[in-house]
Design a protein around this ligand. Sequence first.
Ligand SMILES: Cc1cc2nc3c(=O)[nH]c(=O)nc-3n(C[C@H](O)[C@H](O)[C@H](O)COP(=O)(O)O)c2cc1C
Length: 374
Amino acid sequence: MLRYMTAGESHGKSLVSILDGMPSGLPIKESLINKELARRMSGYGRGGRMKIEKDKVEILSGIRKSKTTGAPIAILIKNRDSSIDKLASITKARPGHADLAGALKFAEKDIRNILERASARETASRVAVGALAKILLGEFKVDILSHVISIGGIFADTRGIPFQSLKKKADNSPLRCSDKTAEKSMKAEIDAARSSGDSLGGICEVIVKGVVPGLGNLSQWDRRLDGNLARSLMSIPAVKGVSVGGGFSLSDMRGSEVHDAIFYSKSKGFYRNTNNAGGLEGGMTNGENVVLHLVMKPIATLKNPLESVDIVTKRKVKAQVERADVCAVCACGIVAEAGCAFEIANAMIEKFGGDSVGEMKRNFKGYVDAVRRF
Ligand SMILES: Cc1cc2nc3c(=O)[nH]c(=O)nc-3n(C[C@H](O)[C@H](O)[C@H](O)COP(=O)(O)O)c2cc1C
């Protein structure tokens, strides 16, 4: 079983994560992890913090001579802005943040002690862990992309664009949007939100290609892969909705239009011509691409702040203003890629055994051959 934990505050010394359960013998290049961290930091609409940080990992354990040993992998990311002890107390709770609920829960009169850990800075750790999961998945030719589908109500049209081209276009876009016309309008919308001290949210799509059928498990609620993927994505700060395949749009269609008819050919094996199921049936992969959508609410820290209450004086105030992104939907997609990579890697380890990559590959090959001969 693959599992991880993270620690660290937004303006603390460092972010730390421990990834446990990675098989031995996996070649690791730190540069690949750093590349993922750089992808999370970029994007049109991001705030000042991302100009300060230059995230780089330091691997503290579990990797020797550039290969995993099977021991827990401890990952350190140092914060450039580590001013936590010098930062002033905060008492003006920001609506849309953990500020008020966290202060009440932990009996804490300084909201700084809440927001430092609740901050999405933590997602850098998730991306580092996800990068290792992606390296493992790469050994099995599993590939993942994310792209932005909408921002501030402007929708991209990416119908019919093949996986590799969609991925390339997103990676070359400052908004991770593969539709140039929509991207232009999205940028204008972000500029308008910024000038009025406001913020925006949107939707991104994650697609996982190359997964074999049968990952995840139908037999128990907490072993269903759709549930585990949804939990991983839903736990990303500001994500308010996750859907699989056709998602909410399936509610007003008929069964005959929704379900993906099954075909068979000698060369392809079992296949579908549609993918409304998003590659998941009965909590398991069915061999088609896994397709997930996630909704990110607009950033909660506003330059033009909402009404709030000072938690100490109980007086009416304007909410605290912190350095913030205007829109972070593109970065959210990168964090979502990491979450999906982790869950799919976990399901692969569960199915193919996770002590060494060699053992996993042998078991994988045996299974793929059996599926082919089925
Ligand atoms: C990549 C990323 C960057 C974010 N950047 C900010 C930000 O700069 N300012 C902010 O107020 N919220 C930001 N958020 C969202 C908050 O972290 C989130 O809304 C807050 O922690 C409350 O959690 P909740 O929205 O899930 O309730 C970001 C989220 C993500 C995923």
